[in-house]
Design a protein around this ligand. Structure first.
Ligand SMILES: C[S@@+](CC[C@H](N)C(=O)[O-])C[C@H]1O[C@@H](n2cnc3c(N)ncnc32)[C@H](O)[C@@H]1O
Length: 205
């Protein structure tokens, strides 16, 4: 998907996102935030969207969020202002393929429901690895394609609609594995229908 298609798609999604896709993907966001809250330091959320996760981070963390869609970011900024989320230190419009942060800067870098949306996901994960400190965590929450079963058939049916939906329904997990210095530490599926995956990679020290 081209970046212009991503922006157009999320311009349409922004007003309704929290009550639609945002609502059905709540479990994954909760699992990611639970993991992150149990750790310390600086957190970078890539593709922060409307900021649904932001009110749930504990205040000992320092949260930075980036997204390529100004329409989604406007919604996140409203939440930060309304709820006075002082631990959200920065929300910036930025393309995840070209992160404007130094190497080894964040303790945790997280992407929820992003990797099947971005053009060049391999480049995004390489950037996530670059800005993550040695010993830090790169966490991905996403739907990945299945090889068999009824859901695999649906995934293939919806695949050509990626520009309309705003994401790829048949995204292969291998595309986000094996970035420089990242090793898989945990991988588990969760509801609904084990459709989504919690994929934790650690950066070698
Ligand atoms: C499905 S939404 C997920 C939003 C949020 N992470 C959540 O859990 O609700 C995908 C988000 O990724 C953003 N995105 C897509 N491509 C991007 C890119 N190259 N760089 C930064 N953000 C991107 C979209 O604008 C959108 O806000």
């Amino acid at each position: 998907m081209e970046i212009s298609a991503v922006k157009n798609s999320y311009k349409r999604w922004a007003p309704v996102y929290d009550k639609t896709f945002g609502a059905i993907t709540r479990i994954g966001r909760r699992k990611a935030v639970e993991y992150i809250n149990a750790h310390q330091g600086r957190v970078l959320e890539i593709g922060v969207g409307t900021g649904l996760s932001l009110p749930h981070y504990k205040t000992h963390l320092e949260i930075t969020g980036i997204d390529v869609s100004s329409d989604m970011l406007d919604k996140a900024r409203e939440k930060v202002a309304d709820l006075k989320l002082q631990h959200v230190v920065e929300l910036r419009e930025m393309d995840a393929r070209f992160l404007d942060f130094p190497d080894n800067h964040f303790d945790t870098v997280v992407a929820m429901y992003l990797v099947s949306v971005v053009p060049e996901p391999e480049k995004v994960v390489a950037e996530m690895a670059r800005v993550c400190k040695p010993g830090g965590s790169v966490l991905i929450i996403n739907h990945f394609k299945r090889e068999k079963g009824v859901l695999a058939i649906f995934e293939r049916i919806f695949a050509p609609l990626s520009n309309v939906l705003g994401w790829h329904s048949d995204f292969d997990m291998n595309r986000v594995l094996g970035a420089n210095k990242l090793e898989v530490a945990e991988r588990k599926s969760f509801p609904p229908l084990k459709m989504f995956t919690f994929l934790l990679q650690k950066k070698a020290s």
